[in-house]
Write a protein that binds this ligand. Structure first.
Ligand SMILES: [Zn+2]
Length: 251
């Protein structure tokens, strides 16, 4: 499986058979929504703007076969012109299989509420836009290719015992991990917590995400995460990608 990081939590996976899967769709730079031209399946882990700002626009332009998301995110899509038959609802425990690819929904510990408006495809943060407040139930997903390669896509989650369970049950080959805070804000996981999460997940490859490498503070925290990984899970390789860079997972 090829894993392309578009920036922040936006990833594009290309399976061994060439199927394109897009996971999350902020596209706040340096990569832009226009950089995505082909999507067979789309996964939106929750409706917060930093995961969902551009998903409706990209879905309308690329016409994916299926969109995997929570109920609240689906409501926003329906209000903005996407058809009901395009969706599969993700709830932890649900497993879908299309073209031999498995989409295993697993638990996330997070909260998401966003502002939705008819005719406005971009979900907004509370206080920044007028409209209907919609609760979105965040989830994580393990995408497993037909060749057996699996990737853990967290969306957003705090550290917790669910990560041990996911590691025990699924042991993904690759784990994407958010490991930095935004300056002036908080974070779902600190660099040390993210390294512990990788240890619990048991993956042999970790890819830091949910940060902007142009921000020196965030970039420094990613380097801290890599240092913690060398102590807590030294068997794991950490691939620090640049936006637009692709890593190929060969198992
Ligand atoms: Zn986020």
């Amino acid at each position: 499986m090829k894993i392309k990081w578009h920036g922040w939590a936006d990833f594009e996976f290309t399976t061994s058979k060439g199927v394109k899967i897009l996971a999350d769709a902020y596209y706040n730079g340096p990569n832009k929504p226009e950089d995505v031209n082909e999507v067979d399946y789309m996964v939106i882990t929750h409706g917060s703007f930093d995961h969902a700002l551009n998903w409706v626009n990209i879905a309308k332009r690329t016409n994916p076969k299926m969109i995997f998301c929570d109920h609240g995110t689906k409501i926003h899509g329906l209000k903005n012109g996407l058809g009901n038959d395009k969706f599969r609802i993700m709830v932890p425990g649900f497993l879908y299989q299309f073209e031999g690819i498995q989409f295993q929904c697993v638990q996330s510990v997070h909260v998401a509420i966003f502002i939705s408006k008819d005719g406005d495809p971009e979900p907004g943060a509370i206080g920044e836009k007028e409209g209907e407040a919609i609760t979105s139930f965040p989830f994580s997903v393990i995408i497993k290719d037909i060749d057996g390669c699996s990737v853990y896509v967290p969306g957003d989650t705090a550290i917790g015992p669910h990560l041990k369970t996911i590691g025990e049950l699924y042991r993904p080959d690759v784990s994407l991990l958010h490991c930095v805070g935004c300056p002036g804000w908080s974070a779902e996981m600190s660099p040390k917590e993210a390294a512990i999460a990788l240890q619990w997940l048991g993956s042999s490859i970790g890819i830091p995400m949910h940060y902007d490498p142009r921000n020196a503070f965030m970039d420094q925290e990613v380097n801290q995460f890599i240092e913690y990984c060398s102590l807590l899970c030294p068997y794991a390789k950490i691939k620090k990608l640049k936006p637009g860079e692709t890593f190929e997972c060969l198992i």
